[in-house]
Ligand binder design. Structure first.
Ligand code: LER
Ligand code: MN
Length: 277
């Protein structure tokens, strides 16, 4: 498995669960110095994505781009794939589709997290899930045309009322033929800590449902601090990922506590401790 760490380029998300917030250049340097393989970027939009600068920095630091977040569409413009207004849904699809294109230039996938939105009330949930399936099809097919996957991230109950557990989401993706359209799961261990009965067992069951379903992991502890700073049995989680053949990124999407540098080095230590156990 490979290591990645988050860089936030959105001032409105300064207090969000991202490790580096001090500009692209310093953040890439810090990531490389800490020993990461890659960075995951949270940009304001595709138009403000620093493609040229990032290409140079990645070359200089030998880092890769692991994934690109789309959550700024929700944070800054309240766009969501399940808005009941079809014009707003189209805008949301457009926003994400542009991010899929810029991420693909780096061989990286886009993430659908908060852009999935939520149903206004329980009576709207089935409509919302139908809107979600429809828009994920469009966006997944687009990612596939670039030879990429599209990462769908189940979120905990305080962030969405759509799909909170990984198995619920996996079954939904399979039933709606979304896996055939390039949509895959992002397992965020912070959300899973809230929603799953047993995280390693869930990972094993996901592996049995479909090979290659898990395509990205947010490597976060129970309190959304760097892995090892909470109470997750992270070696058991790592072993489960290993057992299902997961070989992609463990990306630290965590708070920069007690400092960004300490969160970065703790993340690397937790991955090394998992590998050697
Ligand atoms: C996004 O990756 C995520 O985990 C959400 O909680 C939005 O912050
Ligand atoms: Mn996440």
């Amino acid at each position: 498995m490979k290591s990645a760490i988050t860089i936030c380029l959105v001032p409105e998300a300064a207090r969000g669960p991202f490790v580096f917030h001090e500009g692209l250049s310093a953040s890439c340097q810090n990531a490389a110095d800490a020993g990461f393989d890659a960075v995951e970027i949270f940009p304001p939009s595709a138009h403000e994505f620093p493609t040229k600068e990032l290409k140079t920095l990645l070359e200089q630091t030998s880092l890769n781009l692991a994934a690109v977040g789309t959550g700024a569409g929700w944070l800054k413009r309240r766009l969501s794939l399940t808005d009941t207004d079809s014009d707003k849904r189209r805008e949301a699809v457009q926003f994400i589709s542009e991010i899929i294109d810029v991420a693909a230039e780096f061989g990286a996938p886009a993430i659908i997290g908060s852009m999935q939105g939520q149903a206004g009330d329980v009576t709207q949930r089935s409509d919302s899930l139908a809107f979600l399936a429809d828009t994920l099809h469009t966006l997944g097919n687009q990612a596939e045309r670039h030879g990429q996957v599209l990462l769908y991230e189940p979120l905990n109950r305080y962030e969405t009322n759509l799909l909170n557990t990984q198995e619920e989401a996996a079954k939904y993706l399979i039933e709606h033929s979304l896996v055939d359209s390039g949509v895959r799961l992002l397992c965020d261990l912070f959300h899973m800590n809230i929603e799953e009965q047993n995280v390693p067992e869930t990972i094993i069951r996901l592996g049995a449902l479909h090979t290659d379903l898990i395509s990205h992991v947010h490597w976060a502890d129970s309190n959304r601090r760097a892995m090892g700073f909470g109470h997750t049995d992270y070696r058991a989680v790592y072993n489960a990922l290993n057992a299902v053949g997961y070989d992609r990124y463990l990306a630290a999407e965590v708070f920069p506590l007690p400092s960004a540098i300490e969160a970065a080095s703790q993340t690397i230590s937790s991955i090394e401790a998992s590998t050697s156990s």
